[in-house]
Design a protein around this ligand. Structure first.
Ligand SMILES: [Ca+2]
Length: 319
């Protein structure tokens, strides 16, 4: 008999009787499932044991699950910081109006010691100017070499740094004489730039603020800008004020106030009513110039080929 079983299923099977196989199968059955009644509810003494055992497994894994949840939460919070809040709505009030050269294709604007400094663009027509705010007349103006389409403008001490659109060159000028004293190379396009007292902040037409060393122009980092969780693209002319960055957005009549640490737009300023209809002079007459007046806290705003520079203050939107 024993010999027949051996020859039928091989050595291992032949060694086990049906009773032994049943015992082995019983041993292999998971305790929890065997101990569970309907819907997995533990039953009897075995069930109580399984429940304690499951509690032990949950207890072991719970801290790791909580840690994973925190990690995922922080990741999402970093990815979509703007999703946490809606920017403050501000309106602007015009305090005064100043004349502006309607031929000036404004790309960069800043105030220093009561004078307005302006970079104007277009290839073959770009300039750097120091302008009398009251009359709109240039006190000093130079032509930028024809190969450059001038863009944003920042002041670092006694130097002016002027971006160019697609040439990958930042031109460095003496603040007083407008003599060229240097240049820097960079990759990508140059749109807007400002200096916050420690670093240059620059845009390239996308949704990033780049941070650069004011002496070497080395790129130190960048932050992605979001408004209520959505990327804000085509950031253009900039102004650095008290640790915040004000930005024109190309072809948009709003100004974004950005926290450069997070990239979050903290205020969204409606300037759509600023340019009178009769002053509009074509598709390129977009808002593109922000300069801060530290003496009064006012801002100067103008645009490409606008006839005026508007001196404004920002205020909360009325309820
Ligand atoms: Ca500016």
């Amino acid at each position: 008999m024993a010999a027949k079983k051996k020859s039928a299923k091989g050595k291992t099977a032949a060694k086990k009787s049906p009773a032994q196989r049943k015992k082995a199968a019983k041993k292999a059955t998971p305790r929890a499932s065997k101990a569970s009644g309907p819907k997995g509810a533990p039953t009897g003494r075995r069930g109580a044991y399984a429940e304690r055992e499951n509690d032990g497994a949950f207890g072991r894994w719970a801290p790791w699950a909580a840690l994973a949840a925190v990690v995922v939460g922080v990741f999402l919070w970093q990815m979509y910081p703007g999703g946490r809040s809606v920017p403050e709505g501000l309106v602007l009030r015009v305090v005064r109006t100043h004349p502006h050269d309607p031929e000036a294709f404004t790309q960069g604007l800043l105030m220093h010691d009561g004078d307005l400094y302006e970079s104007t663009g277009l290839r073959g027509a770009s300039t750097l100017r120091r302008v009398d705010l009251e009359t709109g007349e240039p006190r000093r103006s130079i032509d930028v070499p024809d190969e450059f389409f001038a863009e944003g403008l920042a002041r670092v001490g006694d130097r002016l740094i002027q971006l160019t659109w697609q040439a990958g060159k930042a031109l460095v000028w003496d603040l007083e004489t407008f003599e060229k004293v240097g240049e820097h190379d960079y990759r990508g396009e140059g749109w807007g730039i400002c200096y916050d007292g420690e670093r240059l902040i620059m845009t390239s037409g996308n949704d990033r603020l780049q941070f650069r060393d004011p002496e070497t122009f080395e790129k130190l980092g960048e932050v992605r800008v979001t408004r209520a969780g959505r990327r804000l693209r085509q950031l253009n002319e900039l102004e650095c004020v008290d640790g915040l960055v004000y930005a024109n957005v190309w072809t948009d009549d709003h100004i974004a106030r950005i926290d450069p640490d997070t990239g979050e737009v903290t205020a969204w300023i409606d300037a759509s009513h600023l340019l009178a209809e009769e002053d509009r002079n074509g598709g390129e007459d977009v808002l593109n110039g922000i300069a801060y007046m530290p003496e009064t806290g006012h801002f100067l705003l103008t645009g490409k080929r606008w006839s005026h520079v508007y001196e404004v203050e920002f205020a909360p939107r009325p309820e």
